[in-house]
Design a protein around this ligand. Structure first.
Ligand code: ATR
Length: 274
C-alpha cells in the first residue's frame, strides 16, 4: 500500500464472501511496494446477491484488476464482457482485469498449481492422482493435462469424478479407495479434508516414498497429509505455494512484469509463525 494515496493510485482488490480470512491484500500490497507500483489492494466482502452490483461498481469506479474468490468464481462469469478459453474450460474465473472499461475474465489457479508443482518435479509424462472433484480440482486437473501429465481423479462421490475426468480429458476416475492400486508420481489433495483439522483424505500407508504430495489446504500450514508425506519419504508442497504462484500470475497479467515470489510468500506466511 503506498504511503500517499492519490487520485492516481491504481485500485485493485478481491471480491469474496466471507472475507475475514483472506491474506491477498497483504500479499499484493507487499508486492506493489517491492515492485514500486502505485496501487492499493482491498478485500470486499460481497454477498452472492450483491455480486452483479459489485462488478458494475468495479467498472464504474475504474478498478484495474480484481481477484474473485469463493463463492463467486462461477457466478461472476455472467457479469463479464469476455472470458478466455482456459477459464471457460475450467468453468471458473478467479481474475478480472479491466481494460478500456471492459471486464476480462481469466483463471490463474491452474498456473498456480502447475508452478508450485513444477518447482519440485517436471510434470510432462508423470502420473498424477487428484483427490476431489470440485472447482479447485477442475483447475488443478486442467493444469496437469496442459503440462503433459496423465491424471486419475478420485472422489468420495464417484459420479463427480467421472464427469470431471470426461469433461477435461483425464485418464480415469474412481472412488478414493482406488488409490491402493494406482502407482503415481504426484498426488494432490483438492478436497477440504484437513482444513483447520487433523483429518486426512488418505491413510498414510497409501503415500509413496519419492512421490510429490501437494495439499491445496493451507491452514494449517502443514496438514496431516503433508506431515505423513514427509514421514514416508515423499516430497510435500504446502497449499500456500499455489496461492503465491497464482497471485504472481495475476500481477504478471496486470503489470506485464514478474512478481517477487519471496515477497508474496513472506506476506502470506506472516501469521503462520504466531
Ligand atoms: P471447491 O470448489 O473448493 O473444490 P467443492 O466443489 O465443494 O469445493 O468440492 C469439495 C471437494 O471436497 C469435493 O470433491 C468433495 O467431495 P464430494 O464431491 O464427494 O462432495 C470433497 N470433500 C469434502 N468433504 C469431504 C470429506 N469429508 N471426505 C472426502 N471428500 C470430501
Amino acid at each position: 500500500m503506498p504511503a500517499d494515496i492519490t487520485a492516481n493510485t491504481a485500485l485493485c482488490g478481491i471480491v469474496l464472501h466471507p472475507a475475514g480470512h483472506t491474506r491477498s491484500p497483504r500479499m499484493h500490497n507487499a508486492a506493489y511496494a517491492a515492485m514500486g507500483i502505485d496501487a492499493a489492494y482491498f478485500a470486499f466482502d460481497v454477498t452472492p446477491a450483491a455480486l452483479g452490483t459489485a462488478m458494475a461498481g468495479i467498472r464504474a469506479m475504474g478498478f484495474e484488476q480484481v481477484a474473485v474468490s469463493l463463492p463467486h468464481k462461477v457466478a461472476v462469469m455472467e457479469h463479464l464482457d469476455e472470458i478466455d478459453e482456459r477459464a471457460r474450460r475450467i468453468g471458473a474465473v478467479n481474475t478480472v482485469t479491466v481494460r478500456d472499461g471492459r471486464l476480462l475474465g481469466t483463471n490463474t489457479d491452474w498456473i498456480g498449481a502447475n508452478r508450485a508443482l513444477a518447482s519440485k518435479i517436471e510434470l510432462a509424462g508423470k502420473r498424477a492422482v487428484v483427490l476431489g472433484a470440485g472447482g479447485a480440482a477442475r483447475a488443478v486437473v486442467y493444469g496437469l493435462i496442459e503440462a503433459g501429465a496423465t491424471v486419475e481423479v478420485l472422489n468420495r462421490t464417484v459420479e463427480r469424478a467421472e464427469d470431471l475426468a470426461k469433461d477435461l480429458g483425464a485418464q480415469g476416475a474412481g472412488p478414493l479407495s482406488n488409490i491402493s492400486e494406482l502407482p503415481h508420481d504426484i498426488l494432490i489433495n483438492t478436497t477440504s479434508v484437513g482444513l483447520r483439522s487433523d483429518a486426512t483424505p488418505l491413510p498414510a500407508q497409501h503415500l509413496r516414498a519419492g512421490s510429490v504430495v501437494m495439499d491445496i489446504v493451507y491452514d494449517p500450514a502443514e496438514t496431516r497429509l503433508l506431515a505423513d508425506a514427509r514421514s514416508c519419504g515423499a516430497l510435500p508442497i504446502g497449499g500456500k505455494w499455489m496461492l503465491v504462484y497464482q497471485a504472481a500470475e495475476q500481477l504478471r497479467i496486470w503489470t506485464g512484469r514478474d512478481a517477487p515470489i519471496e515477497v508474496l510468500e513472506q506476506a502470506f506466511s506472516a501469521d503462520d509463525a504466531s
